[in-house]
Design a protein around this ligand. Structure first.
Ligand SMILES: [Zn+2]
Ligand SMILES: [Zn+2]
Length: 448
């Protein structure tokens, strides 16, 4: 393969492709080339010495950030201008939610209470540089539908969580094209949907009471899992497919909260994160994820995780497009590394290794409207991961990254090692603070 500038110029054997004498040559014997990976759900930490290079070192050449803020728009623009070496970023608006939002004070959120505010929020977000609109759980129907309509008028897509007050199919019909996680999006496939919606409507929270919202939706999730109705599901999935709506299940994030026992506190990858991040993760794990769980809670969460996987499996079998996303910003989700874990989760959910690869390459590229990205072919953008072993025989091989090419720029195995040591040194420096809060997709430590 010959790369010139940021494009793939030719593909073929060493005999077929004329290699210019000044070309830098990478010996690819025994290696496997795949398109650079796309993580469809990240939250930038604001630490530019950590996230962008860690994503690249793991072969992630595009990231869809789910909570836009000025610094993240700058990252996107600097990467595009070549002044920051990182993945291509596609960045959401700040979270648009109803009022009061359960999100904590530090999470940039635009609260809207009616249609006019919903429209204004969309217009302002687009003017400020959002690539798409992110919707959240407490939006009321009038505001939600006004947001949907304004997005249509402006030609921007919107995605996010499924609001409590909006059934999945209503949201899909309104134009929401991505549904993140498997929380409130599986009520439509329950034979107890009416009861669930009645109880959901009664949930009342004050601003910042994320954990209360989480605790009160938990029994409804258990009920949805136990009353999954295959006949309803067939109809729901058929409609999602027809609408062109995507699921971004972030199973790797669900594992953290549903199966906290599976987290290893001595994970090798922790060395790439600053002490402050490691400490807050550990506190979150001990004080929120594990603390006070009864045996019944533990069993219910195990059951929920299995049910989420089954739900995604059924959606996938019905043809609903599934995208690989991780939710970095959540404790124990590692920028870059965790995408490879998610690919394993997707294979466990019934995707073939090829389909899992597509969920992290060609499918999100198409979804994001990125032309010539997510594919290996002549003329395409040279975003590539070079792997030491075949990912189609074992999906875990995607994590065996040998070299990376990002928009034509080569990261050799040596340079990659150097980048990783540099990240480790920056993390150990102790001067980095997490500057941005994510979308808190799992319960959070409530600060007094
Ligand atoms: Zn998120
Ligand atoms: Zn989320």
């Amino acid at each position: 393969m010959l790369v010139r500038g940021n494009r793939i110029e030719a593909i073929g054997s060493a005999r077929e492709v004329r290699v210019p004498s000044d070309a830098e040559v990478v010996d690819g014997r025994g290696k496997f080339v795949v398109p650079g990976f796309i993580d469809s759900h990240v939250h930038g930490s604001g630490q530019e010495e950590i996230d962008p290079p860690l994503l690249l070192a793991n072969g992630v050449t595009t990231a869809r950030d789910m909570n836009g803020q000025p610094l993240l728009y700058q990252w996107r623009d600097r990467v595009a201008a070549g002044t920051l070496f990182g993945p291509r970023y596609v960045v959401a608006s700040s979270i648009i939610d109803g009022s009061p939002t359960p999100l904590a004070d530090g999470v940039p959120t635009i609260e809207v209470t009616n249609a006019a505010e919903g429209r204004a929020a969309v217009r302002r977000a687009v003017a400020e540089g959002a690539d798409f609109i992110k919707v959240y759980v407490r939006l009321k129907p009038d505001a939600y539908h006004a947001i949907a309509d304004e997005c249509r008028r402006l030609g921007v897509t919107f995605g996010g969580h499924t609001p409590d007050a909006i059934p999945l199919l209503e949201a899909s019909a309104a134009g929401q094209r991505s549904f993140e996680h498997v929380y409130t999006n599986w009520f439509d496939t329950s034979s107890a949907e009416n009861e669930i919606r009645r109880r959901l409507a009664k949930i009342s929270i004050k601003r910042g009471e994320y954990n209360k919202w989480f605790t009160e939706t938990h029994p409804l999730e258990v009920l949805a899992a136990r009353t999954f109705d295959p006949a309803r599901a067939r109809k729901v999935f058929r409609r999602l497919l027809a609408d062109g709506s995507h699921q971004v299940p972030t199973l790797v994030q669900h594992r953290v909260f549903d199966l906290p026992d599976s987290i290893t506190l001595h994970d090798d990858r922790l060395r790439y994160l600053p002490a402050a991040t490691r400490d807050s993760w550990r506190t979150g794990l001990e004080q929120v994820f594990l603390a006070g769980r009864t045996e019944q809670d533990v069993a219910e969460h195990r059951e929920l995780y299995r049910a989420r996987v089954r739900w995604i499996s059924a959606a996938h079998r019905a043809g609903v497009p599934v995208l690989a996303g991780t939710d970095t910003g959540t404790p124990y989700i590692y920028p870059g590394f965790s995408l490879h874990d998610e690919l394993q989760n997707l294979v466990e959910a019934g995707l073939s290794p090829m389909e899992a690869l597509q969920a992290a390459t060609s499918a999100p590229a198409r979804f994001l409207g990125l032309h010539d990205v997510g594919v290996v072919r002549q003329g395409a953008i040279a975003d590539l991961a070079v792997l030491d072993a075949d990912p189609l025989t074992d999906i875990r091989n995607t994590s065996r990254v040998h070299a990376v090419v990002a928009r034509g720029e080569l990261i050799t195995a040596d340079r990659r090692e150097h980048m990783l040591s540099h990240i480790e040194a920056a993390a150990a420096g102790g001067t980095l603070a997490t500057r941005l809060a994510g979308c808190a997709c799992t319960p959070v430590l409530q600060h007094a």
